[in-house]
Design a binder for this molecule. Structure first.
Ligand SMILES: NC(=O)c1ccc[n+]([C@@H]2O[C@H](COP(=O)([O-])OP(=O)(O)OC[C@H]3O[C@@H](n4cnc5c(N)ncnc54)[C@H](O)[C@@H]3O)[C@@H](O)[C@H]2O)c1
Length: 269
């Protein structure tokens, strides 16, 4: 028996990296998982991986920067699995630029991908999380079980990071809205928390060559490792483990917090 048996989850940005590891982990814990991303092929691969292990999953390609796509994503989830209990808002990306060279285009793109996707997906989920819990409270005095929302912030928002004004604007906002929504949705038995990953090995942190869209310079990778108390870079599974804890009943009395998952990154708390 898994601790997420009978739960239905949406994981955004689940085509690769932390999102894929989280989708796989939630499935191993028993949840049916809707894999959302803007990249169709790797998203379908995540679903195939889950199904090859006997899990239940469906792919839904949508860019929830557009609210109507978020509503369609949630509607497809209800149609496929009948309900929605868990939203892991993991979609995100970077377009680093030192502040003096920042443009509105780069600011909007990064804030949209990291903050607006989370806002829209969570908003679209409300009829199936808040309203359903409200009806259960009216009928039985309390919700049948706690429902869960997780945001993916970043240690960059907790300690600052040169070149990431746009990214830390979005990731810092996620820390703030975690507290606001925890207060608003707590009476409905909905836990709202965030994870702030440190340095995790994905395409966002791969060694970057001149002209690459993603990644960071090799020197910065080496510097980052030197700051990590546990002496290694993080793996996507390190974040998936914490996502899985937060969306389980083991975390039913945890709400409104942002958990740094950094390997003890100095200055990162
Ligand atoms: N890797 C790290 O060190 C690190 C550190 C802190 C925070 N994070 C955060 O963790 C999350 C996952 O990052 P990752 O490292 O796995 O990166 P990744 O690039 O490997 O995966 C991110 C996924 O999000 C998807 N995505 C981007 N915009 C989207 C949108 N509008 N709608 C749906 N999907 C979208 C991408 O297509 C991609 O598949 C992000 O929010 C990132 O900011 C990562």
């Amino acid at each position: 028996m898994g601790r997420l048996d009978d739960r239905v989850a949406i994981v955004t940005g689940a085509a690769r990296g932390i999102g894929r590891a989280t989708a796989l982990r939630l499935s191993r814990d028993g949840a049916a998982v809707v894999v959302n991303d803007i990249d169709a092929d790797p998203a379908a691969e995540t679903v195939a991986l889950i199904q090859s292990e006997g899990g239940r999953a469906a792919v839904f390609v949508a860019n929830t920067v557009d609210l109507s796509e978020a509503h369609t994503l949630v509607a497809a989830t209800i149609e496929e699995f009948g309900k929605l209990d868990i939203v892991v808002n993991n979609a995100g990306t970077t377009r680093d630029k030192m502040f003096h060279g920042l443009t509105d285009e780069l600011f909007d793109f990064v804030v949209d991908a990291n903050l607006r996707t989370a806002y829209h997906t969570t908003l679209a989920a409300m009829p199936y999380m808040r309203e359903v819990a409200k009806a259960e409270i009216a009928a039985n005095g309390r919700p049948s079980y706690n429902r869960k929302i997780v945001f993916t912030s970043s240690v960059a928002a907790l300690m600052g990071n040169p070149g990431q004004f746009n990214y830390t604007a979005a990731k810092g906002a996620l820390v703030a809205v975690t507290k606001t929504l925890a207060r608003e949705l707590g009476p409905f038995g909905i836990n709202v928390n965030a994870v702030a990953p440190g340095f995790i090995e994905t395409r966002l942190t791969a060694a970057k060559s001149e002209g690459d869209t993603y990644g960071i310079p090799e020197q910065l990778r080496a510097d980052s490792l030197a700051l990590i108390s546990l002496g290694r870079l993080g793996e996507a599974e390190d974040i998936a483990n914490v996502h899985a804890f937060l969306v389980s009943s083991d975390a039913d009395f945890v709400s409104g917090v942002t958990i740094p998952v950094t390997g003890g990154q100095l200055g990162g708390m």
